[in-house]
Design a protein around this ligand. Sequence first.
Ligand code: DWN
Length: 423
Amino acid sequence: MTAGQALLRPEATCRSCGHQGLEVFLSLGNMPLPDAFVHPDDLSQPDARYPLDVAFCSRCCLVQLVGDVPAERMFVENYLYFSSYSDQLLQHSRQHALELIEQRGLGSRSLVVEVASNDGYLLRNFAEQGIPAVGVDPAPGPAAAAREIGIETIQEFFGRDLASRLVSERGHSDVVIANNVMAHVPDLNDFVGGMAALVAKDGVITVENPYVRRLIDENQFDTIYHEHVCYYSCTSVAHLVEQHGLHLNDVRAFPGLHGGTLRWYLSKSPGRSARLEELLREEHNCGLNTIDYYIEFGGRIEQLRHELLNLLHGLQRDGHKVAAYGAAAKGTVMLNYVGIGADLLEFVVDRNVHKHGRFVPGVRVPIAGPERLLIDRPNYTLLLAWNFAKEIVRQQQDYLRRGGRFVIPIPKPTVLEHEPAYD
Ligand code: DWN
């Protein structure tokens, strides 16, 4: 498929509204699973690869992948993502929990359920105040880590079945939290139907996901990967939840989180805040509800790919050593789509010790700890975890003082001369 065009896939059905026929506006090729970091013993095995095509639904405006990868392949076998490796995310989550406790008057007779509770990074803030909290997460590693800190965790995928078991065993939930998971579920209506069944009549559901408008406007193509099946706007979320007797009531923006996150507030009661109405108007006015908005994006990404590769080849030609920071899912996409491999990168560093000694899927670049930046002293480090640029650059002042420089890949490949202005 040519960048800057759309290709109609008549067989593809919208995951939200069931509309037949989706328009693919970007194809990232046959991509390895983004979090399937390769163990040294498996280097002789080829990476499983799956087509990565992203499309637009002209009826409900949902942006979504065409084609599925078995969820077990992505979130159970060998899933190494632990939320607690980001101080920013921990701080953000604590703030979220404390606001809910106060706004909803939560106490020992309340019930909070978090779907995709990972290592208990968020629920711990409820548990420490004696508020009953239950996590749901299918990934064995993070679920075990949550239990180690006393967070009850049901190690399953969430949907209508589990919701009805939770209701019969514990009653309806005052708060249901679903951060960075509603984008991940292949059977979207089973997931949302489950949340609608679980939440109490006067309860609230909060859903956080990266905002598709920021993805498009800031060229965040590397956040398109097999784990992220859907990419949301307020328009598409409103369509989706109304099919399940839920209403989108409010929205909050967190520009500095994961490249630009929205938190949507859902409930069984109608009513929309002024800021939600404003965002819906903006989405209509900027054309986010039309295919042209996405076609233009596809063309920009092809341009970015050439610019980044040329920049890195130029640094190498000038005799500089180049490494990367952030063995992130988005890093796997960035390296594989642009074509940045072990010929260009000495290694990738990451704080998550579970990834050390492994290799980035596809390009097979080795992963080590951040201390390697001061030991090997690469002249330039490509910041694959650009969404945490501020936190990472703050940590790496010694590296910068000794002459090291970070390269930020998006929205435009740039050598960072100072701390980023991310808030
Ligand atoms: O939706 C998802 C997002 C929220 O998180 C998951 N499907 C998978 C994951 O995607 P990702 O791996 O691209 O997320 P992160 O959180 O951007 O990855 C950051 C990587 O950088 C992690 O491996 C941790 C690492 N890190 C680090 O080494 N030093 C992070 C920080 C903040 C640091 O200081």
